[in-house]
Design a protein around this ligand. Structure first.
Ligand SMILES: *Cc1c(COP(=O)(O)O)cnc(C)c1O
Length: 382
């Protein structure tokens, strides 16, 4: 039986063990140590930000970013709707109210039109948001120029959720460096992984120092244990930071491999009626974390779920596109602003989208199998 082909399996470089051994030999088995410091410096320098704070997850990084901005009870935070729930959960942790913003078709990310409407509505109600969380989906940067201009106009701070877009670029600048805060994730399925982990980046070094303080139970400078505010246990382990350092060394290779995978899907599937690929906006460079397609129900009678089942039958993992957060039961009743009256883009992408296996360690013959199963399913049925 062939091995299961996964959506995006971890892909080690081979150097991880060296950094782990170093941590063991020096007995730095703790959520601090030389690997943590070095990983922060190396990542900040890779993306071109002044500093970085290594944390236990991307979710923790979003949580701390919002806390540093001062988001609190009954505040509002705007957030992309088409994303993983981790983008919005920290808003709820802080007792604030998420307001969801639709996607636009060119990048699948936050629609400037919808964002403008959300701001107008909030202005009328006299309740402007404290922050805007802009997500870069599947490696594709959002329309940062347009979105930042709107946020600046209202003087509202931006957090860039770049959990899926490490290594991507927007107009030659690394994804995750456009807001006051940028967030990366090193969860097991991300483009590089530490099994679990995250990073908060910023040019505000004082804010990052505060983030490290909050991430270590907010312990005051005193010999005894003293705490004046509530903190968290959110730092990254020195062992996992070692894994991260080795992974960061091969990030550019991973981006290249992911882009090659995407190109092979285009070659193998590009002629199928009604099948479209996730776009790459001009002036942006996507890490193609996942290769994503949409199936036009008017041109192809096979639904995304039928395609996912057909792949599953061959032991191949595929997934629907994220279910938009405004459609989630847990966010029932939260405000949502559409891209245009006759096109709710995030819902359309959810209904028509399929994420294909995109692991950088996937072999060419494995991908050829994926392509042939898709061709058989879609061409046999039209
Ligand atoms: C993975 C992910 C996160 C959360 O990262 P964790 O490290 O799993 O907490 C946040 N936002 C998006 C868009 C993600 O894909």
């Amino acid at each position: 039986m062939a091995d299961r082909i996964l959506l995006s399996a971890p892909h080690m470089s081979g150097n991880e063990q060296r950094y782990i051994n170093e941590a063991f030999e020096t007995n730095w088995i703790a959520p601090l140590g030389p690997n943590v410091n070095a990983f922060e410096e190396e990542l900040a320098s890779y993306v071109g930000m002044k500093g970085a704070a290594a944390l236990s997850s991307g979710t923790a990084a979003i949580h701390l970013a919002l806390e540093l901005i001062g988001v609190g009870k009954d505040d509002r935070v705007f957030c992309s709707s088409l994303t993983f729930i981790a983008s919005a959960n920290p808003i709820v942790y802080l007792g604030a109210e998420p307001v969801f913003i639709d996607s636009e078709p060119d990048t699948w990310n936050m629609s400037p039109n919808a964002l403008k409407r959300a701001f107008k509505d909030a202005e009328q109600e006299g309740r402007l948001p404290k922050a805007v969380i802009i997500v870069n989906l599947y490696g594709q940067s959002a329309k940062m120029d347009e979105l930042l201009e709107i946020c600046e106009q209202y003087d509202v701070t931006v957090v860039e959720d770049a959990a899926e877009s490490l290594g991507s670029e927007y107009k030659g600048k690394k994804s995750g460096t456009f807001g006051k805060y940028g967030v990366y994730s090193f969860n097991g399925n991300k483009i590089i992984t530490t099994s679990g982990g995250g990073m908060l980046v910023s040019d505000d070094l004082e804010a990052l120092e505060r983030a490290r303080f909050l991430a270590t139970q907010a312990r005051d400078q005193a010999k005894h244990y003293q705490h004046s505010v509530t903190g968290y246990n959110y730092r990254l382990s020195n062992i996992l930071a070692g894994v991260g350092r080795a992974q960061l060394e091969v990030l550019d290779d991973r981006v290249k491999e992911k882009r090659e995978i995407f190109n092979r899907y285009v070659e193998g599937l590009g002629d199928i009626e009604g099948l479209e690929f996730m776009p790459e906006l001009e002036g942006t460079f996507s890490n193609r974390w996942l290769s994503v397609i949409t199936l036009d129900p008017e041109k192809n009678s096979v639904s995304p779920y039928e395609l996912i089942d057909a792949l599953e039958a061959e032991n191949i993992e595929a997934r629907p596109v994220w279910k938009p957060l405004h459609m989630q039961p847990v966010f029932e009743g939260n405000k949502f602003f559409v891209h245009s009256e006759n096109d709710t883009v995030s819902e359309r992408l959810f209904i028509t989208g399929v994420c294909l296996p995109s692991g950088s360690a996937m072999k060419e013959d494995e991908q050829a199998l994926v392509i042939s199963v898709i061709r058989k399913k879609l061409m046999g049925a039209t």
